[in-house]
Design a protein around this ligand. Structure first.
Ligand code: ADP
Ligand code: MG
Length: 176
């Protein structure tokens, strides 16, 4: 399907899809575009989904999470939960927005009671998930952010688990 490009900030570009590995990459050219990708993910999210976000400070993780929250029907604003560590956004589904930035050891992370969120209703979106990759369930959608220029970010999607292949396929259909 071609192309259904978001108007704000021009076209999302540079998308490549490797069907064999299931990896998918695209470049967004504005925060709004990153939010739009998030909204597409949030719209088809299902209870139990786990979305792991990896990338430097300012890479766009919270921006994408904002879109995910909107996609689930939440109408407020997401902000980086670096100080409270977990924030909840209640739309049709609850989004648990977790940020591991300030945590250093796996003990600190387990003390956060992350299991309750992972096993509960709703979906979990975890920033700096690379800090806890070995501790987290094996099925997840991993999104890695690369800061290209002031307004450009490369997003790489790696589905781990059949459920997430579907998500990627739909994003690919919409933006490729
Ligand atoms: P992180 O959570 O990864 O630390 P944030 O989402 O909080 O990053 O911040 C991303 C910053 O980069 C915001 O100030 C946003 O306006 C800016 N930005 C510029 N271009 C983009 C883009 N294409 N996608 C996402 N954010 C962008
Ligand atoms: Mg953040």
């Amino acid at each position: 399907m071609k192309p259904n490009c978001p108007k704000a900030g021009g076209n999302i570009s540079g998308s490549t899809f490797n069907m064999k590995s299931g990896h998918f990459e695209l470049v967004t050219h504005s925060p709004e575009q990153t939010q739009q990708i998030g909204t597409a993910i949030g719209k088809q999210a299902q209870s139990g989904d786990l979305i792991l976000l990896v990338g430097d400070l300012g890479a766009g993780k919270t921006c994408l999470t904002q879109g995910i929250a909107w996609g689930t029907g939440f109408d407020g604003y997401a902000s980086s939960p670096s100080f409270v560590l977990v924030r909840e956004y209640r739309g049709k589904l609850t989004v648990y927005h977790i940020d591991l930035y300030r945590l250093d050891t796996i003990e600190e992370i387990t003390e956060l009671g992350i299991d309750d969120y992972l096993c509960g209703e709703g979906i979990c979106v975890i920033e700096w998930a690379d800090k806890a990759l070995h501790y987290l369930p094996q099925e997840y959608l991993l999104i890695t952010f690369e800061h290209l220029t002031d307004n450009e970010r490369r997003l790489r999607f790696e589905p781990n688990g059949p459920r997430y292949f579907k998500t990627i396929e739909q994003i690919e259909e919409k933006w490729n």
